[in-house]
Design a protein. Structure first.
Length: 247
């Protein structure tokens, strides 16, 4: 009887050892597929970023939505060389003064925004390009997560000049008006290369609320903001913070 009991214990013990790996197998399998999925997603995002480094975006998700709502939008792509340098300096001064100094995220601006309890001023031009060119509008955690992954990828693959070129061509400057070419023509009846410092500052001043502000009929607020942007554009040209996209 003692021998039988001992054998029974050994069998029971053997079953317990065999069942533990069996329970772990689905977990390991799930982790393996989750890792593969994450790597596939990163590879897909990298290919998307690489594509727009070479080819101009045909539009943006938001632009398409506005085109459906309005029955069409005004936008014509222009190369960076066709845009007045003061326009590029103005949007940088107004939206992201440290554009040449960060890698996609302005940590100083983020800290300041957290301290005053506001998100204003924390979004860089690179983040806006990622949101506009690839993602959708809104504040969902999924969009924020994708933006956080894609922003450093864009900074890694694109030049600062390319980032700014895409930004100037897809940014909304008014209802149904996208890109600096359409904005210059619609509001001032000039080409993007003919914009003056005042005109460029006024266009930059309507960002990031182009539906509430007007470059053609500026309020006192827009005039004041444009004046500050014009000063900022001159400052970043003088102190070297425009070098990454002007060289």
């Amino acid at each position: 009887m003692a021998v039988v009991a001992q054998a029974s214990k050994k069998k029971t013990s053997g079953k317990g050892k065999a069942s533990k790996p069996a329970r772990q197998r689905p977990v390991r399998l799930a982790l393996k597929w989750a890792l593969r999925g994450a790597l596939a997603l990163v590879a897909l995002l990298f290919l998307a970023v690489l594509g727009y480094a070479v080819f101009n975006p045909p539009g943006t998700p938001y632009m398409s939505a506005e085109a459906r709502r309005l029955g069409g939008v005004d936008q014509i792509w222009v190369d960076f060389e066709e845009i007045a340098p003061v326009m590029a300096r103005s949007v940088v001064a107004g939206e992201d003064a440290n554009f040449c100094l960060h890698w996609g995220f302005d940590m100083a601006a983020i800290r300041d925004a957290l301290e005053d309890g506001s998100g204003r001023g924390a979004s860089t031009i690179t983040q806006q390009v990622v949101k506009n060119a690839y993602l959708w509008q809104g504040r969902s955690w999924m969009r924020k997560a994708l933006e956080a992954v894609m922003t450093p990828l864009v900074e890694l693959v694109w030049s600062k000049r390319r980032i700014l070129e895409v930004y100037l061509n897809v940014a909304e400057f008014g209802e149904g008006v996208f890109g600096v070419e359409a904005a210059a023509r619609s509001y001032f009846r000039v080409g993007p290369g003919e914009l003056t410092a005042v005109q460029a500052a006024r266009l930059a001043a309507v960002l990031p609320s182009p539906k509430k502000r007007s470059a053609a009929k500026p309020t006192s607020f827009v005039r004041g903001r444009a004046a500050a942007i014009a000063d900022g554009a001159a400052t970043i040209a003088a102190d070297g913070r425009a070098a990454c996209f002007e060289s």
